[in-house]
Design a protein around this ligand. Structure first.
Ligand SMILES: Nc1ncnc2c1ncn2[C@@H]1O[C@H](COP(=O)(O)OP(=O)(O)OP(=O)(O)O)[C@@H](O)[C@H]1O
Ligand SMILES: [Mg+2]
Length: 230
């Protein structure tokens, strides 16, 4: 289990996260929702060790991740797919896959291409020639090569046509079925509520709601207050 308890985080002197507590299990999708600037990306970066200062407990199966660099956090089994997907635009798809942090016990490139047959057709294309959806699939594929047990995804639906969003979500469901734990940051509440097992809402750096999508739909006031929907 990936567990955060009363986590605080800072960029320089700016205190951004306040007492964030959440838990993510294998085979589960936890959606993290919130408005612009609420602290969603910072939460993912804090788990990876990419903020200037963090306090509180961040544990993977009871072992603390505090004090580890991002590369070490990744080696422990947490993959981070950032908002702009981290694809090398000048490298081909084949090269983007080849240089990903491949690890024993992770997926092979062949397995990734089985998961994303569309990517197989694009192996000689440069990163910059891919559509947003193709980039997202490549980014998830690269992350899988590092043998993750948990994946942190920052707004994977951003800028994608609805039909492509559905494809990405189908992939996440498939990965959940293979016991991956997924922390899914979304601005698109509908997409998240359709897919997630549990939902957290963050506002001004603090968690203001945790529950199931059903519980959240029962409380339209929360959706309208914190997400401007419903
Ligand atoms: N490098 C940084 N230095 C200082 N403050 C930052 C930095 N990055 C983000 N912040 C601030 O931290 C707060 C949370 O930002 P964050 O990027 O985590 O929000 P977010 O929920 O991901 O928003 P968005 O939906 O726009 O992606 C914001 O007030 C932002 O201005
Ligand atoms: Mg963000």
């Amino acid at each position: 289990m990936l567990r955060l308890a009363e986590v605080n985080a800072w960029y320089g002197l700016h205190h951004i996260l306040y007492d964030i507590s959440l838990e993510l299990n294998p085979g589960e999708i936890l959606a993290l929702l919130g408005r612009n600037g609420a602290g969603k990306t910072t939460t993912l970066r804090t788990i990876m060790g990419l903020v200037d200062r963090r306090e509180g407990a961040i544990e993977l199966d009871g072992q603390s991740l505090l004090g580890l660099r991002a590369s070490a956090v990744s080696r422990r089994g947490i993959a981070y797919v950032p908002e702009y997907r981290g694809i090398f635009s000048d490298l081909s798809v084949r090269e983007n896959l080849a240089i990903a942090a491949w690890r024993e016990g992770g997926w092979t490139i062949e397995q990734v291409l089985e998961l994303f047959p569309a990517v197989k057709e694009l192996l000689d294309r440069k990163g910059r020639q891919l559509s947003g959806g193709e980039q997202q699939m490549l980014a998830i594929g690269r992350a899988l090569l590092s043998a993750p047990r948990y994946m942190l995804l920052d707004e994977p639906s951003q800028g994608l046509a609805p039909i492509i969003v559905d494809k990405v979500m189908d992939t996440l469901h498939h990965l959940r079925g293979r016991d991956l734990g997924i922390l899914l940051v979304e601005q698109n509440a509908e997409v998240a509520l359709d897919s997630a097992d549990r939902v957290c809402i963050i506002e001004q750096g603090g968690i203001v709601f945790q529950g199931t999508p059903l519980e959240l739909r029962d409380r339209p006031g929360i959706l309208s207050t914190y997400l401007s929907v419903g």
